[in-house]
Design a protein around this ligand. Structure first.
Ligand code: GLP
Length: 243
């Protein structure tokens, strides 16, 4: 628990930098990092970019896999997760484009795309550290309430609350928000060797309470981390209001 958003972001960014440095990745043995979108990781990305610019960390031997992507908006749409990731992180560091993996929400065969993505994660040796945020309903990636805890990468219909929450990025117009997405599954996240979740603000307080203090439930998919051997939740004080 950190006192505010900035100190929580700083903690997470430092943690990731230390993990990558300790791993000492090489082209043959890269560090595999899972990444989220949303406002929660923005501070972390900003600090990681700063650390890169000061020469403290290199992303040359880092391979990334993003958690999710909307279905049905072009890849270069201002609100696609592809655009978000390049604008907020990838364009500012020395990651090689071939090392960046983001699900293609416009693939002609979405099921095949999901199978391909899982195979790519496996071929990369699995994910060393999955960074995540959560939705107000406790979802991790786009694993909405009711998602199987054994789920893998797949097509998911978004919960109305999520569509509503995300409408702030679409001129507050719910009709413009995609209603479906591709997302890694709960099991895909649980298979990462380490999972770090950043939870900021009072809006997330009920979800954090359900996920930490209640039992494991497919209705609050972050709670699945109770089954993970190496989870870390970093939050600000506001997010702890219900604990
Ligand atoms: C979307 C993303 C999630 C993210 C959530 C919260 O639903 N698919 O990965 O955790 O938004 O976003 P924010 O951090 O903006 O509250």
């Amino acid at each position: 628990i950190r006192d505010g958003e900035d100190s929580a972001s700083l903690y997470v960014a430092n943690y990731i930098v230390e993990r990558i440095k300790y791993f000492a990745p090489t082209p043959e043995n890269p560090f595999v990092l899972g990444l989220p979108t949303g406002s929660s990781p923005l501070g972390v990305y900003r600090i990681l970019v700063d650390r890169y610019k000061t020469g403290e960390i290199s992303f040359e031997n880092v391979v990334t896999f993003n958690m999710d992507e909307y279905i049905g908006i072009p890849r270069d749409h201002p609100q696609s997760y592809h655009t978000f990731m390049w604008q907020s992180f990838f364009s500012h560091v020395n990651i090689h484009p071939r090392n960046v993996h983001i699900l293609d929400g416009n693939a002609p065969n979405l099921e095949a795309e999901c199978i391909r993505y899982e195979a790519q994660i496996k071929a990369a040796g699995g994910i060393d550290l999955f960074l995540a945020g959560i939705g107000e309903d406790g979802h991790i990636a786009f694993n909405e309430p009711g998602s199987s805890l054994a789920s893998r990468t797949r097509v998911k219909t978004l919960a109305y609350d999520t569509v509503l929450a995300n409408s702030r990025f679409f001129d507050n117009d719910v009709s413009q928000v995609p209603k479906m997405a591709l997302t890694v599954g709960v099991q895909t996240v649980l298979e990462a060797r380490e999972v770090v979740v950043v939870v900021l603000g009072a809006r997330k307080a009920p979800a954090l309470q359900h996920c930490i203090e209640e039992g494991v439930s497919h209705m609050w998919t972050l709670s699945s981390l109770q089954l993970h051997p190496h989870p870390l939740i970093v939050c600000d004080e506001d997010a702890t209001l219900e604990l």
